[in-house]
Write a protein that binds this ligand. Structure first.
Ligand code: SF4
Length: 441
Protein backbone atom coordinates (compact mmCIF):
# COMPACT_ATOMS: atom_id res chain seq x y z
CA UNK A 1 0.00 0.00 0.00
CA UNK A 2 1.28 3.45 -0.91
CA UNK A 3 2.25 5.60 2.09
CA UNK A 4 2.40 9.39 2.17
CA UNK A 5 4.58 11.82 4.09
CA UNK A 6 4.29 15.55 4.66
CA UNK A 7 7.29 17.48 6.01
CA UNK A 8 7.07 21.02 7.33
CA UNK A 9 10.50 22.68 7.21
CA UNK A 10 11.37 25.71 9.32
CA UNK A 11 14.61 27.69 9.31
CA UNK A 12 17.70 27.82 7.18
CA UNK A 13 18.90 26.24 3.91
CA UNK A 14 20.68 23.53 5.92
CA UNK A 15 17.28 22.41 7.24
CA UNK A 16 15.82 22.50 3.72
CA UNK A 17 18.70 20.36 2.55
CA UNK A 18 18.16 17.94 5.46
CA UNK A 19 14.51 17.65 4.47
CA UNK A 20 15.52 16.69 0.91
CA UNK A 21 17.69 13.93 2.36
CA UNK A 22 14.95 12.76 4.72
CA UNK A 23 12.49 12.61 1.80
CA UNK A 24 15.04 10.56 -0.14
CA UNK A 25 15.31 8.04 2.69
CA UNK A 26 11.56 7.88 3.16
CA UNK A 27 11.10 7.32 -0.56
CA UNK A 28 13.28 4.20 -0.20
CA UNK A 29 10.84 3.08 2.51
CA UNK A 30 7.85 3.53 0.19
CA UNK A 31 6.70 7.02 1.15
CA UNK A 32 5.67 9.63 -1.42
CA UNK A 33 5.71 13.30 -0.45
CA UNK A 34 2.41 15.20 -0.44
CA UNK A 35 1.73 18.94 -0.25
CA UNK A 36 -1.21 18.71 2.11
CA UNK A 37 -0.77 17.42 5.65
CA UNK A 38 -4.34 16.05 5.67
CA UNK A 39 -3.37 13.53 2.94
CA UNK A 40 -0.37 12.15 4.87
CA UNK A 41 0.17 8.98 6.92
CA UNK A 42 3.36 10.43 8.36
CA UNK A 43 3.95 14.03 9.45
CA UNK A 44 7.39 15.38 10.32
CA UNK A 45 8.34 18.86 11.43
CA UNK A 46 11.96 19.83 10.80
CA UNK A 47 12.53 22.56 13.37
CA UNK A 48 14.71 25.64 13.81
CA UNK A 49 15.96 26.82 17.20
CA UNK A 50 17.74 30.00 16.21
CA UNK A 51 15.04 32.18 17.84
CA UNK A 52 12.29 31.54 20.35
CA UNK A 53 9.70 32.46 17.74
CA UNK A 54 10.79 29.57 15.48
CA UNK A 55 10.74 27.08 18.38
CA UNK A 56 7.24 28.28 19.40
CA UNK A 57 6.08 27.86 15.82
CA UNK A 58 7.18 24.22 15.85
CA UNK A 59 5.16 23.41 18.98
CA UNK A 60 2.15 25.26 17.66
CA UNK A 61 2.30 23.16 14.45
CA UNK A 62 2.55 19.98 16.55
CA UNK A 63 -0.54 21.12 18.48
CA UNK A 64 -2.50 21.30 15.24
CA UNK A 65 -1.24 17.89 14.12
CA UNK A 66 -2.25 16.45 17.50
CA UNK A 67 -5.84 17.44 16.67
CA UNK A 68 -5.58 15.75 13.25
CA UNK A 69 -4.40 12.59 14.98
CA UNK A 70 -7.52 12.49 17.14
CA UNK A 71 -9.55 11.94 13.97
CA UNK A 72 -6.96 9.64 12.41
CA UNK A 73 -5.25 7.59 15.15
CA UNK A 74 -3.03 5.74 12.63
CA UNK A 75 -1.29 9.04 11.79
CA UNK A 76 2.38 9.05 12.89
CA UNK A 77 3.95 12.34 13.98
CA UNK A 78 7.65 13.08 14.25
CA UNK A 79 9.88 16.01 15.11
CA UNK A 80 13.47 16.54 14.01
CA UNK A 81 15.92 19.42 13.63
CA UNK A 82 17.48 21.76 16.16
CA UNK A 83 14.56 22.02 18.62
CA UNK A 84 14.32 18.22 18.72
CA UNK A 85 18.07 17.93 19.32
CA UNK A 86 17.92 20.31 22.27
CA UNK A 87 14.51 19.46 23.80
CA UNK A 88 14.82 15.63 23.58
CA UNK A 89 12.30 14.02 26.00
CA UNK A 90 10.78 17.43 26.68
CA UNK A 91 9.09 17.23 23.27
CA UNK A 92 7.02 14.26 24.37
CA UNK A 93 6.12 15.98 27.63
CA UNK A 94 4.85 19.01 25.72
CA UNK A 95 3.28 16.98 22.91
CA UNK A 96 2.66 13.39 24.17
CA UNK A 97 1.02 12.31 20.90
CA UNK A 98 4.38 12.66 19.07
CA UNK A 99 5.56 9.20 17.95
CA UNK A 100 9.21 9.95 17.31
CA UNK A 101 11.85 12.58 17.91
CA UNK A 102 15.21 12.48 16.18
CA UNK A 103 18.11 14.87 16.39
CA UNK A 104 20.14 16.62 13.72
CA UNK A 105 22.83 13.98 14.12
CA UNK A 106 20.44 11.03 13.74
CA UNK A 107 19.28 11.50 10.15
CA UNK A 108 21.37 8.54 8.87
CA UNK A 109 19.50 6.31 11.36
CA UNK A 110 16.07 7.35 10.08
CA UNK A 111 15.20 4.08 8.25
CA UNK A 112 15.54 2.13 11.53
CA UNK A 113 13.58 4.75 13.44
CA UNK A 114 10.70 4.66 10.94
CA UNK A 115 10.55 0.85 11.00
CA UNK A 116 10.20 0.93 14.80
CA UNK A 117 7.53 3.65 14.61
CA UNK A 118 5.59 1.64 12.03
CA UNK A 119 5.73 -1.31 14.46
CA UNK A 120 4.06 0.87 17.08
CA UNK A 121 7.12 1.90 19.09
CA UNK A 122 7.70 5.42 20.34
CA UNK A 123 11.26 6.52 19.62
CA UNK A 124 13.47 9.27 20.94
CA UNK A 125 16.78 9.20 19.08
CA UNK A 126 19.16 11.98 20.06
CA UNK A 127 22.78 11.25 19.22
CA UNK A 128 25.58 13.20 20.81
CA UNK A 129 28.32 11.78 18.63
CA UNK A 130 27.81 12.82 15.04
CA UNK A 131 27.22 10.18 12.41
CA UNK A 132 28.66 11.49 9.14
CA UNK A 133 26.17 12.43 6.43
CA UNK A 134 28.20 10.30 4.09
CA UNK A 135 26.83 7.26 5.92
CA UNK A 136 23.31 8.13 4.75
CA UNK A 137 21.87 5.98 2.00
CA UNK A 138 22.44 8.70 -0.57
CA UNK A 139 19.04 9.25 -2.15
CA UNK A 140 17.87 12.86 -2.17
CA UNK A 141 14.46 14.15 -3.26
CA UNK A 142 15.26 17.73 -4.20
CA UNK A 143 12.80 20.62 -4.27
CA UNK A 144 11.77 21.58 -7.78
CA UNK A 145 14.07 24.44 -8.76
CA UNK A 146 17.23 25.06 -10.74
CA UNK A 147 19.35 25.05 -7.62
CA UNK A 148 20.60 22.01 -5.69
CA UNK A 149 21.72 22.52 -2.06
CA UNK A 150 24.79 20.49 -1.15
CA UNK A 151 25.98 20.55 2.47
CA UNK A 152 29.77 20.32 2.63
CA UNK A 153 30.44 20.95 6.31
CA UNK A 154 28.27 20.32 9.36
CA UNK A 155 28.35 21.82 12.84
CA UNK A 156 30.48 24.65 14.13
CA UNK A 157 33.45 25.12 16.45
CA UNK A 158 33.10 28.83 17.14
CA UNK A 159 30.62 28.90 20.06
CA UNK A 160 29.47 32.48 19.64
CA UNK A 161 27.84 33.38 22.95
CA UNK A 162 24.31 33.78 21.54
CA UNK A 163 24.22 30.78 19.20
CA UNK A 164 22.80 27.33 19.74
CA UNK A 165 24.28 25.75 16.60
CA UNK A 166 27.38 24.11 18.17
CA UNK A 167 25.11 22.53 20.82
CA UNK A 168 22.48 21.21 18.41
CA UNK A 169 24.57 20.43 15.32
CA UNK A 170 27.79 19.40 16.98
CA UNK A 171 31.41 20.21 16.22
CA UNK A 172 32.68 21.03 12.76
CA UNK A 173 32.84 18.05 10.35
CA UNK A 174 33.79 18.34 6.71
CA UNK A 175 32.12 15.94 4.32
CA UNK A 176 33.98 13.55 2.13
CA UNK A 177 35.33 15.28 -1.03
CA UNK A 178 34.37 12.47 -3.43
CA UNK A 179 30.87 12.25 -1.96
CA UNK A 180 30.34 15.98 -2.58
CA UNK A 181 31.56 15.69 -6.19
CA UNK A 182 29.27 12.70 -6.73
CA UNK A 183 26.27 14.58 -5.36
CA UNK A 184 27.03 17.54 -7.62
CA UNK A 185 27.35 15.29 -10.69
CA UNK A 186 24.07 13.53 -9.79
CA UNK A 187 22.35 16.92 -9.47
CA UNK A 188 23.73 17.96 -12.87
CA UNK A 189 22.39 14.74 -14.43
CA UNK A 190 18.97 15.46 -12.93
CA UNK A 191 18.92 18.84 -14.69
CA UNK A 192 19.99 21.21 -11.92
CA UNK A 193 21.85 24.22 -13.32
CA UNK A 194 23.19 25.70 -10.13
CA UNK A 195 24.60 24.27 -6.94
CA UNK A 196 24.90 26.01 -3.59
CA UNK A 197 27.45 24.61 -1.15
CA UNK A 198 26.22 24.89 2.41
CA UNK A 199 27.79 25.11 5.82
CA UNK A 200 27.40 27.22 8.96
CA UNK A 201 31.03 28.16 8.29
CA UNK A 202 31.35 26.97 4.70
CA UNK A 203 34.75 28.61 4.26
CA UNK A 204 36.13 26.42 7.07
CA UNK A 205 35.66 23.38 4.82
CA UNK A 206 38.61 21.02 5.20
CA UNK A 207 40.09 22.54 8.36
CA UNK A 208 39.36 19.34 10.25
CA UNK A 209 41.18 17.27 7.58
CA UNK A 210 44.89 16.51 7.47
CA UNK A 211 45.24 17.22 3.74
CA UNK A 212 45.66 21.02 3.20
CA UNK A 213 44.43 20.66 -0.40
CA UNK A 214 40.97 19.85 0.93
CA UNK A 215 39.59 23.38 1.09
CA UNK A 216 36.73 25.41 -0.34
CA UNK A 217 38.78 27.12 -3.06
CA UNK A 218 39.95 23.78 -4.49
CA UNK A 219 36.47 22.30 -4.19
CA UNK A 220 35.03 25.18 -6.22
CA UNK A 221 37.70 24.65 -8.88
CA UNK A 222 36.88 20.93 -9.10
CA UNK A 223 33.11 21.44 -9.20
CA UNK A 224 33.45 24.03 -11.95
CA UNK A 225 34.60 21.18 -14.25
CA UNK A 226 31.06 19.75 -14.32
CA UNK A 227 29.78 20.91 -17.73
CA UNK A 228 26.04 21.03 -17.04
CA UNK A 229 26.43 23.17 -13.92
CA UNK A 230 26.28 26.84 -14.89
CA UNK A 231 26.80 28.45 -11.51
CA UNK A 232 28.18 27.59 -8.10
CA UNK A 233 27.37 29.50 -4.91
CA UNK A 234 28.44 28.96 -1.32
CA UNK A 235 27.22 30.15 2.08
CA UNK A 236 27.70 31.08 4.94
CA UNK A 237 31.25 32.44 5.38
CA UNK A 238 32.91 33.16 8.72
CA UNK A 239 34.75 36.48 8.17
CA UNK A 240 38.23 35.43 9.22
CA UNK A 241 38.12 32.09 7.39
CA UNK A 242 37.92 33.71 3.96
CA UNK A 243 41.32 32.94 2.42
CA UNK A 244 43.07 34.93 -0.31
CA UNK A 245 42.91 31.78 -2.43
CA UNK A 246 39.12 31.69 -2.01
CA UNK A 247 38.78 35.35 -3.05
CA UNK A 248 41.00 34.75 -6.10
CA UNK A 249 38.99 31.66 -7.02
CA UNK A 250 35.73 33.63 -6.92
CA UNK A 251 37.40 36.33 -9.04
CA UNK A 252 38.85 33.96 -11.63
CA UNK A 253 36.58 30.91 -12.03
CA UNK A 254 33.73 31.92 -14.29
CA UNK A 255 31.13 29.55 -12.89
CA UNK A 256 31.62 30.68 -9.30
CA UNK A 257 29.14 33.44 -8.48
CA UNK A 258 30.53 36.71 -7.20
CA UNK A 259 28.77 36.61 -3.84
CA UNK A 260 29.95 36.44 -0.28
CA UNK A 261 27.52 36.12 2.62
CA UNK A 262 29.56 37.19 5.64
CA UNK A 263 27.63 37.67 8.89
CA UNK A 264 29.07 40.53 10.92
CA UNK A 265 26.37 40.57 13.67
CA UNK A 266 27.37 43.96 15.16
CA UNK A 267 29.32 47.04 14.13
CA UNK A 268 30.60 47.57 17.68
CA UNK A 269 33.90 46.07 18.85
CA UNK A 270 32.61 45.79 22.41
CA UNK A 271 29.50 43.89 21.33
CA UNK A 272 31.55 41.68 18.98
CA UNK A 273 33.79 40.81 21.93
CA UNK A 274 30.77 39.95 24.08
CA UNK A 275 29.41 37.83 21.25
CA UNK A 276 32.81 36.08 21.06
CA UNK A 277 33.10 36.89 17.38
CA UNK A 278 36.78 36.65 16.53
CA UNK A 279 37.31 39.87 14.57
CA UNK A 280 37.01 43.61 15.06
CA UNK A 281 35.03 46.13 13.06
CA UNK A 282 38.24 47.24 11.33
CA UNK A 283 39.18 43.65 10.43
CA UNK A 284 35.73 43.00 8.98
CA UNK A 285 35.96 46.18 6.90
CA UNK A 286 39.41 45.14 5.66
CA UNK A 287 38.04 41.78 4.49
CA UNK A 288 35.21 43.51 2.58
CA UNK A 289 37.66 45.94 1.00
CA UNK A 290 40.00 43.14 -0.04
CA UNK A 291 37.11 41.29 -1.69
CA UNK A 292 35.80 44.40 -3.47
CA UNK A 293 39.29 45.27 -4.72
CA UNK A 294 39.74 41.83 -6.31
CA UNK A 295 36.25 40.70 -7.39
CA UNK A 296 34.41 42.81 -9.95
CA UNK A 297 30.66 43.37 -9.36
CA UNK A 298 30.79 41.39 -6.13
CA UNK A 299 27.78 41.26 -3.80
CA UNK A 300 28.56 41.19 -0.09
CA UNK A 301 25.69 40.45 2.27
CA UNK A 302 25.62 40.11 6.03
CA UNK A 303 23.58 39.25 9.15
CA UNK A 304 23.07 41.55 12.15
CA UNK A 305 21.56 41.08 15.60
CA UNK A 306 20.15 44.11 17.44
CA UNK A 307 19.54 44.34 21.19
CA UNK A 308 22.31 41.93 22.21
CA UNK A 309 22.60 41.99 26.05
CA UNK A 310 24.17 45.28 27.11
CA UNK A 311 24.06 46.89 23.63
CA UNK A 312 23.97 50.68 24.10
CA UNK A 313 22.36 53.16 21.71
CA UNK A 314 25.86 54.22 20.57
CA UNK A 315 26.83 50.62 19.89
CA UNK A 316 23.63 50.10 17.91
CA UNK A 317 24.48 53.19 15.86
CA UNK A 318 27.87 51.62 15.06
CA UNK A 319 25.92 48.79 13.43
CA UNK A 320 23.99 51.30 11.34
CA UNK A 321 27.16 53.07 10.22
CA UNK A 322 29.06 49.90 9.30
CA UNK A 323 26.43 49.04 6.70
CA UNK A 324 27.45 52.15 4.75
CA UNK A 325 31.14 51.80 5.48
CA UNK A 326 31.28 48.18 4.29
CA UNK A 327 28.91 49.04 1.39
CA UNK A 328 26.84 46.00 2.22
CA UNK A 329 24.41 45.05 -0.52
CA UNK A 330 21.87 43.39 1.74
CA UNK A 331 21.64 42.13 5.34
CA UNK A 332 19.44 39.73 7.28
CA UNK A 333 18.40 41.19 10.60
CA UNK A 334 17.04 39.87 13.88
CA UNK A 335 16.36 41.03 17.41
CA UNK A 336 18.39 39.11 20.00
CA UNK A 337 16.53 36.09 21.35
CA UNK A 338 18.02 34.21 24.35
CA UNK A 339 18.67 30.55 23.60
CA UNK A 340 19.01 27.84 26.23
CA UNK A 341 22.56 26.54 26.92
CA UNK A 342 24.20 29.67 25.48
CA UNK A 343 26.22 32.01 27.75
CA UNK A 344 24.42 35.19 26.67
CA UNK A 345 21.07 33.75 27.78
CA UNK A 346 22.29 33.97 31.39
CA UNK A 347 23.14 37.70 31.20
CA UNK A 348 19.64 38.67 32.26
CA UNK A 349 20.76 41.81 34.08
CA UNK A 350 21.93 43.18 30.71
CA UNK A 351 18.89 42.19 28.64
CA UNK A 352 17.46 44.96 26.47
CA UNK A 353 13.71 45.60 26.69
CA UNK A 354 11.52 44.25 23.90
CA UNK A 355 10.35 47.77 23.01
CA UNK A 356 13.92 48.97 22.49
CA UNK A 357 14.82 45.85 20.48
CA UNK A 358 11.75 46.31 18.31
CA UNK A 359 12.55 49.97 17.63
CA UNK A 360 16.22 49.21 16.82
CA UNK A 361 15.15 46.44 14.48
CA UNK A 362 12.76 48.82 12.69
CA UNK A 363 15.52 51.41 12.22
CA UNK A 364 18.00 48.76 11.07
CA UNK A 365 15.52 47.33 8.57
CA UNK A 366 15.01 50.80 7.07
CA UNK A 367 18.77 51.10 6.76
CA UNK A 368 19.08 47.70 5.06
CA UNK A 369 16.31 48.63 2.63
CA UNK A 370 18.10 51.86 1.71
CA UNK A 371 21.42 50.03 1.31
CA UNK A 372 19.80 47.44 -0.96
CA UNK A 373 18.37 50.19 -3.21
CA UNK A 374 21.77 51.95 -3.38
CA UNK A 375 23.38 48.64 -4.31
CA UNK A 376 20.77 47.99 -7.04
CA UNK A 377 21.17 51.49 -8.48
CA UNK A 378 24.83 50.74 -9.23
CA UNK A 379 23.71 48.43 -12.01
CA UNK A 380 21.34 50.72 -13.94
CA UNK A 381 22.46 50.85 -17.57
CA UNK A 382 24.70 47.78 -17.17
CA UNK A 383 24.12 44.46 -18.93
CA UNK A 384 24.36 41.40 -16.68
CA UNK A 385 24.09 37.66 -17.28
CA UNK A 386 20.86 36.30 -15.79
CA UNK A 387 19.88 32.69 -15.11
CA UNK A 388 16.15 32.55 -15.89
CA UNK A 389 14.28 30.87 -13.02
CA UNK A 390 10.50 31.23 -13.34
CA UNK A 391 7.54 33.46 -14.05
CA UNK A 392 7.73 36.36 -11.67
CA UNK A 393 6.17 35.82 -8.24
CA UNK A 394 2.98 37.70 -9.13
CA UNK A 395 2.68 35.48 -12.21
CA UNK A 396 2.40 38.42 -14.56
CA UNK A 397 1.96 37.23 -18.11
CA UNK A 398 5.28 37.23 -19.94
CA UNK A 399 7.35 38.58 -17.04
CA UNK A 400 10.18 36.31 -15.96
CA UNK A 401 12.36 36.31 -12.86
CA UNK A 402 16.01 35.37 -12.74
CA UNK A 403 19.16 36.09 -10.83
CA UNK A 404 22.44 37.60 -11.88
CA UNK A 405 25.76 35.98 -11.13
CA UNK A 406 25.98 38.20 -8.05
CA UNK A 407 22.52 37.17 -6.83
CA UNK A 408 20.49 40.23 -7.81
CA UNK A 409 16.85 39.38 -8.54
CA UNK A 410 15.81 40.67 -11.97
CA UNK A 411 12.39 40.93 -13.65
CA UNK A 412 12.16 41.21 -17.42
CA UNK A 413 9.90 40.33 -20.36
CA UNK A 414 10.46 36.76 -21.56
CA UNK A 415 8.87 33.35 -21.95
CA UNK A 416 8.72 30.08 -20.05
CA UNK A 417 10.99 28.30 -22.56
CA UNK A 418 13.85 30.47 -21.26
CA UNK A 419 13.79 28.82 -17.82
CA UNK A 420 17.19 27.28 -17.07
CA UNK A 421 19.02 29.32 -19.71
CA UNK A 422 21.39 32.25 -19.41
CA UNK A 423 20.32 35.55 -21.01
CA UNK A 424 21.86 39.02 -21.06
CA UNK A 425 19.66 41.65 -19.45
CA UNK A 426 20.17 45.40 -19.50
CA UNK A 427 19.14 46.95 -16.19
CA UNK A 428 16.64 49.80 -16.52
CA UNK A 429 15.14 50.40 -13.07
CA UNK A 430 16.29 49.77 -9.51
CA UNK A 431 13.66 48.93 -6.88
CA UNK A 432 14.33 48.29 -3.16
CA UNK A 433 14.95 44.55 -3.45
CA UNK A 434 15.28 43.88 -7.19
CA UNK A 435 15.85 45.38 -10.63
CA UNK A 436 13.82 45.55 -13.82
CA UNK A 437 15.46 45.17 -17.20
CA UNK A 438 15.20 44.02 -20.79
CA UNK A 439 16.88 41.19 -22.69
CA UNK A 440 19.59 42.34 -25.09
CA UNK A 441 21.73 40.29 -27.48
S1 SF4 B 1 29.98 30.92 13.75
FE1 SF4 B 1 27.80 30.96 13.23
S2 SF4 B 1 27.04 28.88 13.58
FE2 SF4 B 1 29.03 29.05 14.61
S3 SF4 B 1 28.51 29.59 16.71
FE3 SF4 B 1 28.88 31.52 15.63
S4 SF4 B 1 26.87 32.18 14.88
FE4 SF4 B 1 26.70 30.01 15.47
Amino acid sequence: MQKYVYIETLGCQMNKSDTERILGMLSNLGYDAVDNEKDADLLIINTCNIRQLSADKAYSQLGYWGKLKKNKPSLKIGMCGCVAQQDKELVRRRAPYVDFVFGTLNIPALPDIIKKVEDGEQVIAIEKNPILRDEEDGRIIRAKSLNAWIPIIDGCDYFCTYCVVPYVRGRQRSRNWEQIIKEAKDAAKQGFKEITLLGQTVDSYGRDQSNPDINLANLLKELSQIDEILRIRFLTSYPTDISDDLIDTVASIEKVSECFHIPMQSGSDEVLKNMKRRYTRAEYLDICKKIRDRVENVTITSDFIVGFPGETQEQFEETLSVIDEAQLDYSNTAAYSPRRQTPAATWKDRFISNDVKKERLRILNDKVKASSKISNEKYIGKTLEVLVEEHDAKNKEGIMTGRTRNNKVIHFAGSLDMVGTLVNVKMNEALDWCLKGEIVN
